[in-house]
Design a protein around this ligand. Structure first.
Ligand code: NAD
Length: 511
């Protein structure tokens, strides 16, 4: 069982308070909520949530921390991140166990999630020596024009249940080297993942007595707490990951006070399979992207747009594989598909399938497993749905393993179908035709933030910028120059002459 062994080894006890400020733990003053395992519906712990009234104290600690942390040179800030990365390496398997128990990921994927945290630590350590601005040619003699990047201030990180630790790390490690304190509001469905992660951070903080408590804090609570935090003008940046509904609410609240938001919202990811595609590779990439994490990734493959000439062959192969997918307890070796997060997710899946049938869809799978799986969990056969057209339900993100199959005759038609959804996160084309591949990646092709060739839609690496367009929110996290979102840019002009020439040749003589 999780509670007695893993949590203790992580330094996480059931008495952990819902508010963690650095090395301090405070009891929440909000309602009581159990942490439930989707594996078997068991209670893992019971927590008293943080209350909205407790927000000002946490923010004030973060502000104090900011005044100290922004003075620390960035490479020294990287030293803290380096140690967090080492701690994560040491405790990788334990933390992965908590992830599996609390959100139902198979062990391989939970380990992968913690590995992603380690990777971003490594990346951020390097980045801590590369936070550079430009020097720009000035139009005035003896002047220098340059830009600097400065820390922004306390950063709120709101995370979703399905990447309960990695998304925090993507944001936090970059924000830390940029000089910002972080307040984490994790999903109410994954509080133990957050507390376990923070317990590891606390072990590292002991080695850094000068680091102020408010640098890293956690508040366990639901959407009401999230709303209260997003209203705070003392928080210049809100990075929020979750549903489009949540993102629209957060965007409005933060915009009202002219704060910055970085939004990573829902996807409805499509893949075009062209006649020249390698079918073995297609089948492998489709199945991983569509059923991995039981269809609960933002990058899950939800729409397959297949050329008519290969449709029957590909569908037959997919159906054969879907038929023998190992579904069950995600902690058991060999299992590839774990449970849905909860009953609500199962009901949403069933409603979506009913709507698809009403629209003329033919469903294979989609039912709940009743034997060979732990009781109390929602285990489903991933669904393949052959659709006559891209109807309203296909254009929605249903956070469950449903793969809609559509047919196309020419590439323009396929790309038009592909782009005709409100979301714009990840996309892929499987083809051996160079012209098709390049066209898909061109401005006339996929309209998503991520566009792949001959791999699936999920499984991004941390080195690239991650995020999407349209209702996915437009934010970019992780690699490339995403760090700029966590800093403020200052443009400096330095005059090293005794003259005062004005820009644009303006004359303003006062004698
Ligand atoms: P959710 O929107 O229900 O909750 C996400 C987080 O937002 C939780 O911490 C929740 O408490 C908080 N929240 C909800 N309403 C809020 C509000 N009004 N103000 C402030 N905070 C609020 O999402 P979920 O069910 O946990 O996760 C699944 C969704 O997240 C899917 O749509 C998935 O595509 C998306 N997701 C996107 C990415 C990405 O990077 N684009 C990554 C993971 C998940």
């Amino acid at each position: 069982m999780l509670t007695s062994t893993s949590l203790k080894e992580l330094g996480l006890f059931s008495s952990s308070g819902a508010i963690q400020i650095g090395q301090r733990s405070l009891e929440g003053m909000g309602g009581i909520r159990p942490a439930i395992s989707p594996i078997d519906g068991s209670d893992l712990a019971t927590l008293r949530l943080a209350a909205a009234d407790q927000v000002p104290d946490v923010i004030s600690e973060a502000q104090k921390a900011f005044r100290i942390w922004r003075r620390v040179p960035a490479p020294k800030r990287g030293e803290l991140v380096r140690r967090i990365g080492e701690k994560l390496r040491e405790k990788k398997a334990l933390l992965a166990e908590v992830v599996s128990w609390e959100v139902g990921k198979i062990t391989q994927e939970s380990l992968g999630e913690v590995q992603e945290m380690i990777d971003i630590c490594d990346y951020a350590v390097g980045l801590s020596r590369q936070l550079f601005g430009l020097t720009i040619a000035s139009e005035r003699p003896h002047h220098r024009l340059m830009e600097q990047w400065h820390p922004l201030g306390p950063t709120l990180v709101i995370t979703a249940f399905n990447f309960p630790v990695a998304v925090w790390a993507w944001n936090t490690m970059i924000a830390l080297v940029c000089g910002n304190p972080i307040i984490w509001k994790p999903s109410e469905k994954a509080p133990l993942c957050a507390l376990a992660t923070h317990a590891l951070v606390q072990e590292v903080l002991k080695e850094f007595p000068d680091v102020p408590d408010g640098l890293l804090s956690v508040m366990i609570g639901d959407s009401t707490l999230g709303q209260r935090l997003t209203q705070a003008p003392e928080i210049p940046l809100v990075s929020a990951t979750g549903s489009v509904r949540m993102g629209k609410a957060v965007a409005q609240t933060v915009a009202q006070r002219l704060g910055r938001s970085l939004l990573e919202l829902g996807g409805n990811n499509g893949m075009i399979v062209a006649p020249s595609a390698e079918l073995d590779l297609a089948v492998r990439s489709i199945v991983f992207a569509a059923v991995g994490t039981c269809g609960q990734r933002c990058t899950t493959l939800r729409r397959l747009i297949v050329h008519r000439s290969i449709r029957e062959n590909l569908l037959d192969r997919l159906k054969r594989i879907y038929n023998r997918l190992p579904i069950g307890n995600p902690r058991q070796a060999g299992i590839l598909v774990g449970p849905l997060i909860d009953a609500a997710a199962f009901q949403a899946m069933q409603r979506a399938l009913e709507r698809a049938v009403q629209d003329g869809g033919i469903v294979t799978g989609g039912t709940r497993l009743t034997s060979g799986v732990p009781l109390g969990g929602y285990y489903v056969h991933p669904a393949l749905v052959e659709m006559p057209a891209q109807t309203a339900i296909v254009r929605e993100e249903t956070f469950a393993p449903i793969l809609y199959v559509l047919t196309y005759d020419d590439l323009e038609e396929a790309i038009a179908l592909h782009n005709a959804v409100p979301q714009g996160l990840s996309s892929a084309i499987l083809t051996n035709n160079l012209r098709e591949a390049e066209y898909f990646l061109s401005p006339m092709g996929s309209d998503c933030g991520i566009a792949n060739v001959n791999i699936g839609t999920s499984g991004a690496e941390i080195g690239g910028a991650f995020g999407g367009e349209k209702e996915t929110g437009g934010g970019r996290e992780s690699g490339s120059d995403s760090w700029k979102a966590y800093m403020r840019r200052v443009t400096n002009t330095i005059n090293y002459s005794l003259e005062l020439p004005l820009a644009q040749g303006i004359r303003f003589d006062i004698d």
